[in-house]
Design a protein around this ligand. Structure first.
Ligand SMILES: N[C@@H](CCC(=O)N[C@@H](CS)C(=O)NCC(=O)O)C(=O)O
Length: 203
């Protein structure tokens, strides 16, 4: 029996919800991926400066109180890397990873330098703590130093690999992590991006 239009498999995209803060680089990663894949979503603003990440409703979604959180019907994903991997499997249009294994590994490495070795060292919690203990000059110096270390490593990693984008002429995972971090480095932390190589103290 031929399928009629009511049971056809061409289902509408389920309504995704993204809990996000506009300035958060981690949230921005999720927003870029959603846009690259052409997915619509409901934007749920969480104002980190007002402490909305600590509200009881948000704590239920993410007990560690960080944005972003993606909700896809009954699936809740509270981490940008996990969100991107989930979206890439569920919505394969505009893949975030190249087929070439070496390029794929470099994309993972670049994303993890940003997400493990840069961003956690300059997040709001850390910066507020440094400001409280040591003052605002040290806060900026600390952030610039950590970002500089990460960028120097990224420059070496991507040497000979990059094209128009981080790993060639297509936008992949590495770019989704790099773009918000570069933006934050320039606009929030006033890092001089023209200096190549050593921008940081040792240690
Ligand atoms: N590994 C997590 C880190 C999330 C994270 O650090 N989010 C920051 C914004 S970029 C945050 O919510 N900070 C709130 C705070 O520091 O109180 C991810 O990639 O999603």
């Amino acid at each position: 029996m031929a399928a009629n239009s009511s049971d056809c498999t061409d289902k509408e995209q389920p309504k995704l919800k993204l809990y996000s803060y506009w300035r958060s680089s981690c949230s921005w990663r999720a927003r870029i991926a959603l846009n690259l894949k052409g997915l619509s979503y409901e934007y749920k603003a969480v104002n980190l400066l007002k402490g909305e990440q600590f509200s009881p409703e948000f704590s239920k979604l993410n007990p560690i109180n960080y944005v972003p959180v993606l909700v896809d019907e009954d699936i809740v994903i509270a981490d940008s890397f996990a969100i991107l991997m989930y979206l890439d499997e569920k919505y394969p249009q505009h893949p975030l990873l190249p087929c070439d294994l070496q390029k794929k590994a470099i994309n993972f490495q670049a994303a993890n330098i940003v997400s493990s070795s840069i961003q956690p060292l300059q997040n709001l919690l850390v910066l507020n703590y440094i400001e409280e203990k040591l003052g605002s000059d040290e806060k900026i110096a600390w952030a610039q130093n950590q970002i500089g270390r990460g960028f120097s490593a990224l420059e070496k990693l991507l040497e000979g690999i990059s094209g128009r984008y981080a790993t060639g002429d297509e936008i992949y995972l590495a770019d989704v992590f790099l773009a918000p971090q570069i933006h934050a480095a320039i606009t929030r932390f006033k890092l001089d991006m023209k200096v190549k190589g050593k921008r940081h103290r040792q240690g």
